[in-house]
Ligand binder design. Structure first.
Ligand code: SAH
Length: 221
């Protein structure tokens, strides 16, 4: 797909990417490493070709199966919260692979990313896409990720990209000490993005933003 980079009127060019990065900075993203990653990754590779001219706008887009690729601002916010100033993460779990875009952003800042998706066609297309883009440090799971992925725990960070009604209790148990869980929680229309950190004295929780995510669904489809 690399030959598509200069397609059309340059709607996927580095200029439009930099405009998006400037917009994320103006919205309050301060981690320059995350901004650099977002500026580098070709988001148009993660949506169907008809939507590539929309790929560098700060909006979510449909990826089929009633799912969406998250808004770049939210991807940046979640990644920034997961990193929390750390130079690099060792093991990260993502719940909700979707297009694999957030996965790729995380993979730029972690030794290994484990990502779980409950819809088989999405996990398969994301696997092929990230392989094609050269990612070697991502492991894909086709499963219900609501209870995490215990065999690979503990994680430095867990990023959940679909909204839970309550924080699934098993997830925070899979955090390493100092590890951080970033998860949207709440009913449709009133979700908040929560950051839950595992400290020596227990779990510490705060709210990062009001958000809109598709719901986290139990079981495989
Ligand atoms: N990070 C993705 C966001 C995709 S939307 C991206 O940037 O493209 C959320 C994804 O979570 C969807 O693909 C949906 O199928 C998946 N999902 C929903 N419930 C799930 C569950 N219980 N376990 C794993 N994945 C789930």
């Amino acid at each position: 797909m690399r030959h598509h980079h200069s397609r059309g009127l340059g709607l996927t060019s580095s200029a439009v990417r930099h405009r998006m990065v400037d917009e994320l900075r103006s919205l309050g993203i301060v981690d320059e490493r995350v901004l650099a990653t977002i500026g580098r990754i070709a988001r148009h590779e993660f949506v169907e070709e008809a939507l590539s001219s929309e790929a560098y706008r700060n909006r979510s887009l449909p990826i089929g199966h009633a799912q969406t690729i998250s808004q770049p601002y939210i991807v940046a916010l979640m990644t920034q919260a997961a990193l929390a100033g750390a130079a690099r993460l060792t093991r990260v779990l993502e719940v909700g692979t979707g297009s694999g875009y957030q996965t790729a952003v995380l993979a730029e800042h972690a030794e290994t990313v484990f990502t779980v998706e409950r819809l088989r066609p999405l996990t398969e297309s994301a696997r092929l896409r990230l392989q094609r883009l050269g990612y070697r440090n991502v492991h894909f799971g086709y499963a219900d990720g609501m209870q995490g992925w215990p065999p690979h725990a503990p994680y430095d960070a867990i990023v959940v990209t679909a909204a839970a009604t309550v924080t699934p209790p098993g997830l925070a148990d899979q955090l390493a000490l100092g590890g951080r869980l970033v998860i949207p929680v709440g009913p449709s229309g009133a979700q908040e993005l929560r950051l839950i950190e595992r400290t020596a004295s227990g779990l510490r929780e705060r709210v990062l933003a009001s958000v809109t995510f598709v719901p986290l669904l139990a079981g495989r489809a």
